[in-house]
Design a protein around this ligand. Structure first.
Ligand code: EPU
Length: 419
């Protein structure tokens, strides 16, 4: 199990290229199961989650080829069974359910297990499938879905914590091959949902309204081959903006869509950073004192839950008291106790982290608990005095392509140690 060691206190400067989005690439790769013809996906990041998804496609019978960021998938014939052994490593494997149901009208996929960031049910996905005329059974750890035929329907995907991103993806992927028109109300409007809808439309689907809370899908008899480039990863981009904020002189991120980053750049500007740039790149510079913030995570276009941990790391050294409330995954605070080990003064009050800014952090051995928590610890390590040793970094490799090399390129003193 690798660990990452960060020697803090180096000022970062330079330019870093942002990779394709993990959370777009995963459902888009799953969507290639909807056609017998080959699909070519560009800018697929080299991450362990992507690797797991390709293993699942392979297990389901697809031919998969990968060469430097370009993945070709040809699913001429598919099996409809994805057992525990192939899906257990990644919750996002649940998004093969929609395309298998759409194409074969049946699927058996092992139920995803627990997750450190919270309960993560899939009741909304299943409710959506049922509205399309699907019978759903949960038996012996598997979800079995079966529909003699899929019928378009009006479906609301509103849950206790808002809509659902992968649930919207799943229902959309099943509905593209349903008879008639499906209307998804309370749909997730994240850019990754729009990216998937754009790819499906290239395959011959008829989807309108993606990016709003009402998506209309007119079913078609079949889909065909398509070529697509995945959008930039807005969470990787935001994480590197915070790296620039926490330890930078001047850091530029390139190959980004700055419109997707508005909530993050607004928050950073409110806390005293200067951000400039055009649509394809952004530069962050310190501009005086780091001010505290009151932040709430919300569905897009609000501040993303996937940036909450990194923001807590930044605000740990702001001058004054910040409050960060987690509205999407109220238990997503595993990073707090680790940040406290580095000298942060943070108390949890329900789903709110109350952060009292300290003058500095000190390096310490810490444990990564999930993907974004690990990123927060790396960021804190860049700021801290001395050495921060981050264990269980396989979490970070799930979602950040070459993070140690990219930070090293900006001047960070960071090393990966094989244990
Ligand atoms: N929820 C339900 N029922 C459902 C589905 C979701 O109650 O059937 C609840 C969840 O428990 C949560 C809220 O709805 O409270 C939102 O969850 P959502 O379904 O939107 O999450 P997801 O689709 O499973 C994706 C990303 C997550 C990201 C969330 C929220 C992928 C592969 N994952 O998960 O990304 O945090 O949307 O934006 O796209 C990450 O990259 O680190 C990550 C966790």
């Amino acid at each position: 199990m690798d660990k990452i060691i960060v020697h803090g206190g180096r000022a970062l400067a330079g330019t870093v290229k942002i990779s394709g989005s993990k959370n777009s690439a995963l459902p888009i790769l799953a969507a290639t199961l909807l056609t017998k013809e080959p699909c070519v996906i560009h800018r697929v990041p080299d991450l362990s989650d992507v690797h797991y998804m390709l293993q699942i496609l392979n297990h389901l019978g697809a031919e998969v080829e990968r060469a430097s960021g370009v993945v070709t998938v040809k699913a001429e014939k598919v099996s409809t069974v994805a057992p525990y052994d192939v899906v257990r490593k990644m919750r996002a494997s649940v998004c093969v359910l929609g395309p298998l149901l759409g194409r074969e009208k049946e699927a058996t996929v092992s139920l995803p297990g627990g997750c450190v960031i919270g309960d993560r049910p899939i009741d909304l996905h299943l409710r959506g499938f049922e509205s399309l005329g699907t019978a759903v059974r949960v038996h012996a750890g598997d979800i079995k879905v079966f529909a003699p035929r899929l019928r378009g329907a009006s479906i609301s995907l509103k849950g206790k914590f808002g809509s659902t991103v992968l649930g919207t993806d799943n229902v959309m992927m099943a509905a593209v091959l349903a008879d008639g028109v499906t209307v998804i109300q309370d749909a997730a409007s994240e850019p990754e949902v729009v990216d998937l809808a754009n790819f499906l439309n290239k395959m011959g689907a008829k989807i309108e309204g993606a990016g709003s809370s009402r998506i209309v899908i007119e079913g078609v008899p079949e889909l065909h081959s398509a070529e697509h480039e995945v959008i930039p990863d807005r969470i990787e981009a935001g994480t590197f903006l915070i790296a620039g904020a926490i330890a930078g002189k001047e850091v530029t991120i390139t190959r980004v869509n700055s419109q997707h980053l508005t909530a993050i750049t607004n928050a950073l500007e409110s806390s005293g950073y200067e951000i400039s740039g055009n649509n394809g790149s952004l530069t962050i510079q310190p501009n005086g004192t780091l001010k505290p913030l009151n932040l709430r995570t919300e569905p897009y276009p609000g501040f993303p839950t996937d940036m909450q941990a990194q923001m807590c790391a930044l605000l740990a050294t702001a001058q004054g008291e910040s409050a960060v409330t987690e509205n999407i995954f109220p238990q997503r605070f595993m990073h707090i106790s680790e940040l406290k080990r580095m000298g942060a003064a943070i108390e949890l009050d329900g789903a709110t982290a109350k952060i009292c800014g300290v003058d500095g952090l000190s390096g310490a051995p810490v444990m990564a608990s999930d993907l974004r928590a690990s990123a927060a610890l790396v960021l804190a390590g860049l700021k801290a005095e001395g050495m921060t040793e981050i264990n269980r970094v396989y979490h970070i490799d799930r979602g950040y392509e070459l993070i140690d090399e990219k930070l090293g390129g900006l001047g960070a003193h960071i090393e990966r140690v094989k244990v």
